[in-house]
Ligand binder design. Structure first.
Ligand code: SF4
Length: 327
């Protein structure tokens, strides 16, 4: 089948079977940008309520630029990868009037990489550019038996229809999320099955080629639970660093497990009880184990009722607080 016919087949399928997503067909670069940033490393199901909340609160990029960062972080709490929220705000503030309308200029903005810039350019500005993330790499890699994101991108570029590049990109995203799943693709239902080389030669398992995963480094730390009349001390973490600007309980430094030293982690704290529990949380680049320590020393600060408060915590600290309230 010619490249043109493959694109036509996919677009016809898209018109009939596309997933109904709130950021589809909106013709608004702000909404495309917001959804693409939220969808990085995060599922559609998780993103949808956050996307709707953000759009209701900040209807355009200027509203978002004028919002205090703290408000954005609070609304983002629970979505993870918090540098995305800070970059979102910085990017909104850096725009003079509108979003640039091509991938090359979009990629110069904060928090927008090669994939996101091409997705916004194709979907919102109809730039005929290939949009390749891990899902599309898998679909197209199997269809054409090509390995490697850059090889896939180069090949896919020759198929991109100039009249509907955004729909073409979204169709491939849909295939990655539906029929062409990593483990059990439903090839019999896939619109590409007649010409899919991997399917027709029994080589699906070879695409994409397996990458050897290195085990994540393990880190350890203590988290300190100061209690005053049933309320728990919380603080705002420094803006720089992981979970920067978010609410949490105080912690010792997060160090590699092999370097962890209890006396150093406790520092000046003298009167305490170490809990017989460990909170484990996996970040992108390391796993963290936090041991809660109930501190009996007094300390001034912001104390909250953990069963009734308005603070928005990232998942790590929600786990810590849940471990306390379950006692
Ligand atoms: S036929 Fe199967 S392997 Fe090929 S693109 Fe479709 S779902 Fe993926």
């Amino acid at each position: 089948m010619s490249n043109h016919n493959t694109a036509a087949l996919l677009l016809e399928y898209f018109d009939k079977h596309k997933r109904a997503l709130p950021w589809r067909g909106v013709n608004d670069a702000y909404k495309t940008w917001l959804s693409e940033i939220m969808l990085q490393q995060t599922t559609v199901k998780t993103v949808t309520p956050y996307y709707e909340k953000f759009i209701a609160k900040w209807a355009d990029v200027h509203a978002l630029a004028n919002a205090p960062l703290d408000d954005i972080l609070r609304e983002w709490a629970g979505l993870g990868y918090y540098s995305r929220a800070r970059n979102l705000h910085a990017c909104a503030q850096s725009l003079s009037v509108h979003f640039p309308q091509n991938a090359a200029d979009l990629a110069k903005l904060k928090g927008i990489g090669a994939y996101t810039s091409s997705a916004i350019a194709a979907i919102a500005f109809h730039e005929p550019i290939a949009v390749v993330d891990g899902n599309v790499e898998r679909v197209w890699g199997r269809f054409r038996t090509i390995n490697g994101l850059e090889n896939v991108r180069r090949d896919l570029q020759t198929y991109v229809p100039h009249d509907r590049p955004g729909d073409f990109a979204e169709m491939l995203m849909d295939l990655g999320a539906t029929h062409c799943s990593p483990r059990n693709p439903t090839c019999a239902l896939c619109p590409l099955n007649a010409d899919c080389v991997a399917y027709n030669t029994g080589k699906i398992a070879e695409y994409p080629a397996k990458k050897l995963k290195k085990p994540l480094p393990e880190k350890r730390a203590l988290c300190f639970i100061y209690v005053n009349e049933g309320r728990v001390l919380v603080e705002t973490r420094p803006n720089k660093g992981l979970l920067g600007g978010m609410s949490g309980v105080p912690c010792s430094e997060w160090v590699l497990a092999a370097d962890f030293n209890m006396a150093e982690a406790l520092g000046e704290i003298k009167d305490y009880t170490i809990k017989n529990t460990v909170i484990r949380h996996v970040f992108t680049h390391f796993a963290l184990e936090l041991t809660p320590v109930i501190v009996h020393d007094k300390r001034a600060g912001r104390y909250i009722d953990i069963s009734d408060h308005n603070e928005a915590f990232p998942t790590l600290f929600n786990k810590v607080l849940a471990s306390l309230s379950l006692e």
